[in-house]
Design a protein around this ligand. Structure first.
Ligand code: TYM
Length: 327
């Protein structure tokens, strides 16, 4: 039997080059080898203050982007989290098996709760819902960017505790991160991650950006005054980020990109980065436009995906309820 791969994105904005290089790109070649589930985690979106139209539209846009990137509903189950109600129910069961201490240690919760004015209980239990997502499908691997690894580790701990307490119920999943691209940084702020909810769009490359926007954004990307193209994340974060982006887009090791640009100026580095990004984004953008003009096709894919996901989810939930002595 094929092993199971599970991953998801949260529709709090449009997908970025970070989402692609850190996650989606690495899902693509595994669609034949694994039994894959790709989810738009719209329940997670509401852990912070969200406008309903915004969430609805971004759910469809992310779905269109999944397809444009090459996720294939004939090979993988592609669905929207809120359409499979077992996620919420398993989340409750797992909440009963998660310790306050371990949830409090999650760095994403600490960062977000420090920034936000209104912090919901759902933001606190966010990783428990993620655990429910993953465990419902008997997942073996979860390919994610670096920022999600801690949540997958927590999922393992919750599942192990549950199995120990109530008998073997869940498969213990494992996070998989790419060698290059696990943490793409912002263009203007290369100290922190390129995130889709950033206020400044110039910090982000979106997968639907035009060639002109990509060129303009990379031209403005922060570098430094050292005038040397060297991969040194501590002292040259901006240059290192551009080298990482080139490496991940061209599928060439960072050291090779670095040596091929040796002795050249930052203009040459940015030109190479622009070409590398456009070669990845352009074909995705063109397909994205097609799907966005065919919303009925998208809704059908979501509905079909939810039906397939539900079949597996119901079984796992029943097993967990029975193990916990719930009628
Ligand atoms: P989200 O939407 O923030 O990100 C989706 C995926 O993209 C990766 N990623 C990045 N990788 C490299 N560089 C970046 N700058 C960058 N930004 C984002 C993330 O690591 C992630 O793999 N909680 C998840 C969604 C989720 C999920 C799940 C993931 C819900 N349930 C179950 C895996 C399994 C999230 O917020 O993704």
């Amino acid at each position: 039997m094929k092993k199971v791969l599970y991953s998801a994105t949260k529709p709090t904005g449009l997908l970025t080059l970070g989402n692609y290089l850190g996650a989606i790109k690495n899902w693509l070649p595994l669609q034949d080898e694994y039994s894959c589930y790709f989810c738009i985690a719209n329940l997670h979106a509401h852990t912070v203050d969200m406008n309903p139209d915004f969430v609805y539209n971004n759910t469809l846009k992310q779905l269109a982007m999944f397809l444009a990137c090459g996720l294939d509903p004939k090979k993988a189950v592609i669905y929207v989290q809120s359409q499979v109600k077992e996620h919420s129910e398993l989340c409750w069961l797992l909440n009963c098996n998660t310790m306050m201490g371990e949830a409090s240690r999650m760095t994403q919760f600490k960062d977000k709760s420090q920034k936000g004015t209104s912090v919901t209980t759902a933001l606190f239990t966010y990783p428990v819902l993620m655990a429910a997502d993953i465990l419902l499908y008997n997942t073996d691997i979860v390919p994610v960017g670096e920022d999600q690894v801690q949540h997958v580790e927590l999922t393992r701990d919750i599942a192990t505790r549950f199995n120990h307490k109530f008998g073997n119920t869940f498969v213990i999943p494992k996070a998989v991160v790419p060698k290059v691209g696990a943490r793409i940084k912002g263009l203007l702020n290369p100290e922190s991650k390129m995130g889709k909810t950033d206020d400044d769009a110039n910090n982000i490359i979106f997968l639907h950006d035009s060639d002109e926007e990509i060129t303009r954004k990379i031209k403005r990307a922060v570098t430094d005054s050292l005038s040397q193209i060297k991969f040194d994340e501590k002292n040259q974060p901006g240059v290192s980020n551009l080298l990482t982006i080139i490496s991940a887009c061209e599928n060439v090791p960072i050291s090779e990109v670095e040596s091929s640009l040796a002795g050249q100026n930052y203009g040459a580095l940015k030109k190479r980065a622009t070409e590398a990004v456009i070669s990845v984004v352009k074909p995705i953008r063109e397909k994205y436009e097609y799907y966005m003009n065919n919303l009925n096709e998208l809704l059908k894919i979501a509905n079909d995906g939810a039906k397939k996901a539900e079949k597996v989810a119901i079984k796992t939930l029943e097993k967990a309820k029975k193990a916990m002595g719930l009628l």
